[in-house]
Design a protein around this ligand. Structure first.
Ligand code: NAI
Length: 339
């Protein structure tokens, strides 16, 4: 089911105090969209530690507090828009104990709720409104009137009217204009973490191997760095499968159409399928990735090689493709934050 503007009613947010926990990629975009949809500024509060994100919120004329407990006490709707690995500790220690009775908690990603990492009272609503876009697109697509797709679900209807509130939120941030797709925390987690851990690593690995084979055959770094940019391939219908049946592929040369379709159809997918199944079931849906990742919360805040993310970047930069990118100063792997 897909919900559009006509299915939603902003009146469900009338007179509600709306708290954004976090003003980063998603928080800044969603808070601004919601305000531009007519929700009064004095009913919106940004709860943020004192950092550059808080300064950004102040510069955009939002009310900001670093007292998470006080914010929780007054929140009728509370968006959790801080990094996933930070959510359990901050929410469980500083927010949950003071949460206003009947509050609606809004998540933009499913797994902390799916694996029950957050202590949420049974009297609260929990809804998921998960944009399928990075924050800057959430904002720019709202501003140019297009809207953006999101996944929406009710995970807990403890205070009542959870779906109506979820749809009002989806409308206020600009999602029902493009379509809010009925989903669940389980489905969102399965698809999101699987794409991140199963699909995209394989695509990156394919690019790295393709680079290496073409380089050995005498192709130049300059030509390869252009050709091996992931974004060049975003428009490639063979990767974005759903475009396969659209007109896009038919705009390619006949050589390209023939090569891509016959090539894809002649591949034996059984090995990759087993690998994909293993990731989905034994890493994503059984919660083992989520549990291990949560343990990295402190390490991910560190500078330098002690931060495991920096270490992964260092190793990626050591690959042949990484080295060439550094020489050419072209980022082939899109490092923009988010999904
Ligand atoms: P972000 O990384 O942009 O979050 C930054 C915010 O978190 C800032 O307000 C910062 O002050 C706060 N923060 C960071 N570390 C903190 C700590 N240790 N203690 C207190 N506050 C801290 O987060 P992002 O990417 O917007 O993600 C928020 C949620 O949205 C996540 O659940 C994510 O999965 C989801 N999401 C993100 C998308 C994206 O485009 N980045 C797309 C769709 C969903």
């Amino acid at each position: 089911k897909i919900y559009y503007d006509s299915d939603a009613d902003l009146a469900y947010l009338k007179d509600k105090t709306i708290v954004f926990l976090g003003f980063g990629n998603q928080g800044a975009a969603q808070a601004q969209n919601l305000r531009d949809s007519g929700l009064p500024n004095d009913k919106i509060l940004i709860a943020n530690r004192a950092d550059s994100y808080a300064k950004d919120a102040i510069s955009k004329n939002f009310n900001v507090t670093d007292d998470f407990g006080k914010a929780a006490e007054i929140a009728d709707v509370l968006f959790i828009l801080i990094p996933d690995q930070v959510q359990p500790r901050l929410f469980n220690e500083k927010v949950s104990p003071s949460l206003k009775q009947g509050c609606t908690i809004v998540i933009a990603s499913g797994y902390n709720v799916l694996f029950k990492f957050l202590n949420i009272p049974s009297t609260s609503n929990v809804v998921m409104v998960a944009p399928r876009m990075i924050g800057s697109s959430v904002r720019s697509l709202y501003q140019n009137g297009q809207g953006f797709p999101c996944f929406v679900s009710v995970e807990q209807d403890g205070a009542g009217k959870a779906l109506e509130i979820a749809l009002a939120i989806s409308q206020a941030i600009g999602a029902t204009k493009a379509g809010a797709i009925e989903s669940s925390a389980r489905e969102e987690t399965a698809m999101d973490l699987f794409a991140e851990q199963g699909l995209w690593p394989n695509i990156i690995m394919l690019f790295q191997q393709a680079f290496s084979v073409l380089k050995e055959a005498g192709c130049s770094d300059e030509a390869l760095c252009y050709e091996m940019q992931v974004q060049v391939y975003f428009n490639n219908p063979i990767i974005t499968y759903r475009r396969l049946n659209t007109i896009q592929l038919k705009h390619h040369s006949t050589v390209s159409q023939f090569g891509q379709l016959s090539g894809a159809l002649s591949l034996d997918g059984s090995t990759i399928r087993k690998h994909f199944e293993n990731i989905l079931h034994n890493q994503v849906l059984n919660g083992s990735f989520a549990r291990d990742f949560s343990k990295l919360e402190d390490a991910l805040e560190k500078e330098g090689p002690e931060n495991p993310l920096n270490e992964l970047y260092r190793r990626a930069e050591e690959t042949e493709l990484g080295q060439a990118e550094m020489r050419r100063n072209i980022m082939a792997i899109d490092a923009s934050p988010g999904h």
